[in-house]
Design a binder for this molecule. Structure first.
Ligand SMILES: *[C@@H]1O[C@H](CO)[C@@H](O)[C@H](O)[C@H]1NC(C)=O
Ligand SMILES: *[C@@H]1O[C@H](CO)[C@@H](O)[C@H](O)[C@H]1NC(C)=O
Ligand SMILES: *[C@@H]1O[C@H](CO)[C@@H](O)[C@H](O)[C@H]1NC(C)=O
Length: 980
């Protein structure tokens, strides 16, 4: 039965999956290069998990579903994804999980459900996860756990239930009791008050137990309960007392954390069988010398030496030679971080611990480091790591590290060092890493690093250095990484970088460099691999720069030039990147480039990654061939570049391109042949492009849905530019295909028919056809004659269509000028000539059809009147459909394009014809202009009505009123103008 159910479910899911073809996903992104194994479904506004993952293929191995408003995981949610090994569903709004939610995930190795609102779990929630090794339920609302919840997780190694509301330790112990592979259990930030338990033991495999930040006041467990634990964190249980440990077996412990508890360590060591050197003494209130002395004495009775001694967070203000004198020998690290030490006195309080290897005093109150080249100084020959980070050190004196000559790592960063004596680092011949970043240094001297011949990494980031003087780094021939970012460097003296023979990574970002001097790099031109020049002030204003600053950097593989202040690089000179054949990554984002020559990238034949997003404020049109040599580029970011045309000419040569981020550009159309010229494309991001959903893009739609190689990111949420509600992937493209198909069909059919029938007919019916032809010609001539007659028989010369508010002009101007005054046209005026008692529409129709012309007197009122619109329609019907040009337009007042825009029919007529404008009184010579106007109107009325030429005749500035005549009038712009 269950088998049947499963089969049914799987079939169902498979069917659902078949509905969507292609290679794009609704709510998830397949990681490039992962071959469909890694998927991220992040920040989708989707509350239904199956809507998120329904279209994923069964090949998924790592699946991340985070930051979604999911509340619930229903049963059988993942049956179609049986190969998942790592599943993250953290940072959602999960409240509950159905009991078979993870059914059939037999391969699942890690499951992360942290940062949700889960308050209850069904006992069978994890039933099928036999291979699970990692489970996180951190930051939920669990108050208790069902007893059998983890029983089938036989391979579980790590269980995190931090930040919940658990109160009952016994229940937790029971639930994990037979997890024979469990190693790590984290219960920090809960509400446990003790480790009391009934009749269970922890699995022997469990070695790390974290119970920090609970309300433990006692342990309350069996003496042997913790006997397999090696790592025990009980910190921040402020009620916990030393007596709680009485009798508990802690022999196996190798690290115990007791910070911020009420445990008095001396007392604790007296009652416990723990190996004393394995206690972390940080935050245990050892804030005065006598407590330290007592502790040391006690420790000495237990152990001969200590490896790591942590005395951090104890509010220690001062240490003297006596403080640690009685301690067992410290052989490894001493940590004094987070105390209140004001001075360190050349470490002479470590007089009896000269073998120490590492010393930390971070987060103290140190203000200066004194000279340590004195007679009484203690030498620490074995000390290799020294850290004074996060102090308030202002000055470092000469020979400050003379007593620790063998240190390899020195951290002086995040202080306020303004004064570093030129001999401060004297003697540190073995130093490999020096951190001086985030200080207030302004000057480096030519002997500052004189002795540090072994230095590999020098970090001077975020200081106030403005000039690098000659010889500063002369002795640093082993330096591989130099970080000078975030300073105020404006220039380097000529041999300022000499000596850096091995330099590989050079960070100069965030300085004030205005240009790049090629000779600067000469010391390390054979070794430099990464150069960061981000956010300087480099700019070019013309193309003239002839030599490339990077020409000799043969090994350079990373170059960052993005975000030049304040206005960007502006111009990329043609030879700028010359010689960079080994460059792999180039960053040019945020640069306001207005000139990008088509050969700029010609030498970058080895480039793998290029980012140009935001580089060019839309001012640059990528020119054909600009990427022609970038045959090795696999990832290209051209986001927000104002690209208007994605063409094969520009992008066609990127034959290895795998990932293309084209989003936020302005093209409405993407040529499919340009995409098809990128044979290795697998990942295409076209979000934020105003794609038009028209036949222009029907091929693109088809391509995005049907290609099997290219993932179009969130294809199913891309919308159409004209209507955001319509999705690009399913806008209607039927018209684009059907028309063509039908035409082809009918044309072919007709041709075939003709070829078959014509010869037959010719043979059989030759005489009959000839006869019919003559009969037809005779009939045609007869019809033609009738038409002419009809025209001549028209009752009126013109029907005047006008609005009654313009009647004044009709009576005063039009009628006298056309009917009288030597010209005797017969006009049809509605108030005078319409038949009384007849329906007005009939009147209009018969007026239009019994007049040779219809003159529309257009004014604003005319446009608004409904009869006039009918009249225009009738006349224009004759114009467009009967091809009888009966319409003459007369504009009584200037009417702007905008006002006309809502009168569609009128606009259409105007596009077809020219028209007359009544010259008002405001032109220079009204009388003359009006004379001309009447002449033109009369001429227009006299012309025949059959349309001979389609196009109007017009030549620059001259307007004729009628299509049949090519005569030009002397016109002035005031009198006649052509509306567009
Ligand atoms: C899959 O996820 C696991 C756990 O998050 C991670 O360790 C692993 O690197 C991921 N695999 C890949 C190929 O990224
Ligand atoms: C665990 O995964 C392995 C393959 O990784 C598989 O062969 C085995 O059947 C799985 N175990 C269980 C209990 O499903
Ligand atoms: C854990 O205990 C339960 C009940 O006691 C049992 O059903 C289950 O098989 C045990 N699991 C293992 C791995 O021993």
């Amino acid at each position: 039965m269950a088998g049947l159910k499963q089969l049914l479910l799987v079939t169902l899911v498979l069917c659902a999956h078949q509905l969507i073809s292609g290679y794009s996903f609704k709510n998830c992104i397949a990681e490039p290069y992962s071959r469909g194994t890694l998927f991220n479904c992040i920040r989708r506004k989707e509350t239904n998990i199956s809507a998120i993952i329904e279209d994923l293929p069964p090949s998924v191995v790592n699946l991340t579903i985070t930051i979604n408003p999911l509340r619930h995981i229903p049963s059988y949610s993942f049956v179609h994804l049986p190969n998942i090994q790592h599943l993250r569903i953290d940072h959602n709004h999960l409240r509950n999980i159905s009991q078979s939610a993870f059914q059939y995930l037999h391969q699942l190795k890690s499951l992360n459900l942290s940062f949700n609102y889960i308050s209850e779990l069904s006992p069978d929630a994890f039933k099928d996860l036999h291979n699970l090794t990692f489970l996180s339920l951190t930051n939920n609302k669990l108050k208790q756990l069902p007893e059998k919840i983890f029983f089938s997780l036989i391979n579980l190694n790590t269980l995190l239930i931090r930040q919940n509301l658990l109160t009952n330790f016994s229940g937790i112990a029971k639930s994990v009791s037979n997890l024979t592979n469990l190693k790590i259990l984290n219960l920090c930030f809960n509400h446990l008050t003790s480790l009391r338990h009934s009749n269970v033991s922890l699995p022997k495999s469990l070695t790390k137990l974290y119970v920090c930040r609970n309300n433990l006041s006692t342990l309350g467990c069996e003496p042997s309960f913790l006997s397999f634990i090696k790592f025990l964190d009980l910190s921040y249980n402020s009620q916990l007392l030393a007596t709680a440990f009485q009798g508990v077996d802690l022999r196996q412990i190798i690290y115990l954390h007791l910070r911020s508890t009420s445990v008095k360590v001396v007392e604790f060591l007296k009652v416990s069988n723990i190996s004393a050197s394995h206690v972390d003494f940080s935050g245990t209130g050892l804030n005065n010398e006598s407590l330290l002395v007592d502790l040391c004495k006690l420790l000495k009775t237990r152990v001969k030496w200590i490896k790591n001694f942590n005395l951090g967070s104890n509010r220690i203000r001062n240490l003297t030679k006596l403080s640690l004198q009685n301690c067992p020998k410290i052989k490894g690290a001493l940590d004094l971080s987070l105390n209140e030490l004001k001075r360190i006195s050349c470490l002479n309080f470590l007089n009896s611990h000269r073998d120490i290897k590492s010393f930390d005093a971070e987060h103290n109150h140190l203000t200066y480091l004194p000279t340590c080249k004195t007679r009484s100084v203690v030498y620490f020959q074995n000390l290799e790591e020294l850290s004074y980070r996060y102090n308030r050190i202002l000055s470092v004196n000469s020979y400050a590290f003379y007593h620790t000559p063998n240190i390899k790592q020195l951290k002086l960063n995040i202080n306020t060092i303004a004064f570093l004596h030129r001999k401060a680092l004297k003697g540190l011949k073995r130093l490999e890493t020096l951190r001086l970043d985030n200080n207030l240094l302004t000057d480096l001297f030519n002997d500052t690093f004189e002795d540090n011949i072994n230095l590999h990494i020098l970090n001077l980031r975020n200081n106030r250095i403005s000039v690098i003087f000659n010889g500063t780094f002369l002795k640093l021939s082993n330096l591989t990484t130099l970080d000078l970012g975030g300073n105020k460097i404006t220039h380097f003296e000529h041999s300022g970088l000499d000596g850096l023979k091995s330099l590989s990574k050079f960070y100069l970002d965030g300085n004030n460099l205005k240009q790049i001097d090629p000779s600067l790099f000469r010391a390390f031109q054979q070794t430099l691999t990464a150069l960061d020049l981000q956010s300087n002030q480099i700019a070019f204003f013309n193309e003239k720069t002839t030599c490339s600053p990077f020409v000799n950097l043969r090994k350079l593989s990373d170059l960052k030039l993005d975000g030049q202040r304040p206005h960007g690089l502006t111009v990329i000179p043609p030879n700028f990147f010359k010689g960079l054949h080994s460059l792999k990554s180039l960053y040019l984002t945020n640069n306001n480039i207005v000139l990008l020559p088509p050969n700029a990238f010609d030498d970058l034949t080895g480039l793998h990654f290029l980012t140009l997003d935001n580089c060019c404020v839309g001012a640059v049109n990528l020119q054909p061939g600009v990427f022609k040599n970038l045959r090795n580029v696999t990832k290209l970011i051209v986001e927000n570049m104002g690209i208007q045309n994605f063409s094969k000419e520009v992008f066609g040569n990127l034959t290895k391109l795998h990932i293309l981020q084209l989003n936020r550009n302005v093209m409405q159309q993407i040529q499919v042949n340009a995409l098809e010229s990128l044979p290795n494309l697998h990942y295409l991001d076209i979000r934020g492009i105003p794609l038009s959903c028209t036949c222009k893009n029907n091929l693109l739609q088809n391509w995005t849905l049907n290609n099997t190689n290219v993932q179009v990111v969130f294809l199913y949420t891309l919308s159409c530019e004209h209507d955001k509600k319509i999705k690009f992937y399913n806008f209607d493209t039927k018209v684009c295909y059907i028309d063509l198909g039908e035409y082809l069909f009918f044309c072919t059919a007709a041709v075939v028919f003709l070829f078959t029938v014509t010869p037959l007919l010719y043979v059989k019916l030759y005489w009959k056809m000839k006869y019919s032809y003559y009969v037809f010609c005779a009939w045609f001539r007869e019809q033609w004659r009738k038409l002419r007659e009809e025209e001549e028989n028209c009752k009126y010369d013109a029907f005047i269509s006008y609005n009654s508010s313009d009647e004044q002009w009709i009576m005063d101007q039009l009628v006298p000028n056309l009917e009288g005054n030597g010209s005797s046209f017969k006009l049809c005026l509605h108030h005078r000539d319409f038949e009384l008692g007849r329906y007005i529409v009939d009147n209009i129709v018969s007026a239009v059809y019994s007049s040779r012309k219809t003159i529309c007197v257009v004014s604003r009122n005319f446009l608004q009147s409904e009869w006039c619109s009918l009249e225009i329609q009738l006349a224009s019907y004759r114009l467009f459909d009967e091809h009888r040009d009966v319409l003459v337009l007369v504009f009584l007042e200037p009417i702007s394009e905008r006002q006309l825009s809502s009168y569609h029919r009128m606009r259409k007529v105007m596009l077809k014809k020219t028209y007359l404008q009544w010259p008002g009184l405001d032109c220079t010579d009204p009388a003359l202009a009006q004379d001309l106007f009447w002449n033109q109107l009369r001429r227009a009325m006299r012309t025949g009505s059959k349309l001979k030429t389609e196009e109007n005749q017009q030549s620059e500035g001259c307007v004729t009123t009628e299509s049949e005549e090519t005569e030009h009038f002397e016109t002035s712009d005031e009198n006649y103008y052509l509306l567009p």
